[in-house]
Design a protein around this ligand. Structure first.
Ligand code: SER
Length: 312
């Protein structure tokens, strides 16, 4: 039986991925772990284990004791927060990954999922439809840790045959859980402001387009990648992944179609510089060709779905 351990289970993606795994494999097939328990009732139907992912022995013990076959390693300090404490971000992001990769190398688990990000790209990469293979010279420590993490994954695959799979997620947008510490987080906040009839102050420039993705697409892409036969997964660094793309101004206009009084005020801060170093949109043709990836949510569908979900 497939048994899945999600490390970083109480974060924005963890909560949604656990629900996706519960739906696909059953509630008992999922074990959640994090340094704190989340308060989502549906998530908490699965077993929860308190875990510090940087603690090598604890990671090994939990993986061994829960008898899991697959680990979804979602622990990370994101781009904006990472800039406040680069060494802590590096330590957290790298140590936790290597702890999990080592368990796979030693045969305690069969498969690993680890998320990379559009943050692997920097100012030297082409902005539009950024290709899979191009300059990866990020300007954030988060991006640096993702580039290095991709290399570690590839190394463990080549050298030890570890079945590790990865996606370069765009900004993720869902209604069940809040992001924290990222540069793309503004988009989730905008929806809450619109629903509550509040004015929205955006920390990015009106024209700063970024790749984004509806949470349902993110969870589906992850489960599809993990379900694919190992031999068709040619990239063991990480796959470019694309959903949609919009700027804060475009998001404002889409939301205003449903909430005509919604107004965004633009007050760019240090996060604007991070956003400006990232792609506007992503070329994910390798994912489409190799394991049949296809997103379902464009900007219009994403906005409509978020507003519907939140207003209910
Ligand atoms: N959402 C992340 C961030 O903004 C990018 O992967 O940091």
């Amino acid at each position: 039986m497939e048994k899945n351990l999600v490390i970083g289970a109480s974060g924005q993606l963890g909560i949604e991925l656990i629900l996706g795994l519960q739906k696909r494999f059953g509630i008992d097939s999922v074990v959640a772990s994090d340094i704190k328990k989340c308060d989502d009732e549906l998530v908490n139907r699965s077993e929860f284990i308190l875990l510090d992912a940087t603690d090598t022995n604890s990671v090994r013990k939990v993986i061994f004791e829960c008898g899991c076959t697959t680990v979804y390693h979602l622990v990370a300090m994101l781009s904006a927060k990472g800039e406040e404490n680069p060494k802590a971000a590096w330590d957290l992001n790298m140590k936790s990954l290597i702890n999990v990769l080592d368990c796979a190398k030693d045969g305690i688990i069969e498969k690993v999922f680890w998320p990379s990000s559009i943050a692997v790209f920097g100012p030297n990469a082409p902005k539009n439809r950024t290709p899979q293979e191009t300059f990866c010279e990020p300007t954030t420590i988060y991006g640096v840790s993702k580039v290095a993490g991709e290399m570690w994954c590839n190394y463990y695959h080549d050298k030890y045959g570890v079945d590790v799979r990865s996606l370069r997620y765009p900004g993720l947008i869902g209604h069940r859980s809040m992001p924290g510490g990222g540069t793309t987080d503004y988009a989730v906040e905008a929806f809450y402001k619109a629903i509550n009839g509040e004015k929205f102050e955006c920390y990015l420039d009106i024209h700063e387009a970024l790749p984004m993705m509806h949470m349902e697409d993110a969870v589906r892409s992850t489960l599809e990648l993990m379900a694919a036969p190992a031999e068709i997964i040619k990239l063991r660094t990480s796959y470019n992944l694309s959903g949609c793309s919009f700027s804060p101004g475009e998001l404002n206009d889409e939301i205003a179609k449903f909430y005509p009084d919604f107004v965004t005020k633009y007050s760019p801060d240090q996060r604007q510089k991070i956003a400006a170093s990232w792609p506007n949109s992503i070329d994910d043709s390798r994912a489409r060709e190799e394991w049949n990836w296809k997103p379902e949510y464009g900007t219009k569908e994403l906005v409509e779905s978020m507003l519907n979900a939140l207003s209910n």
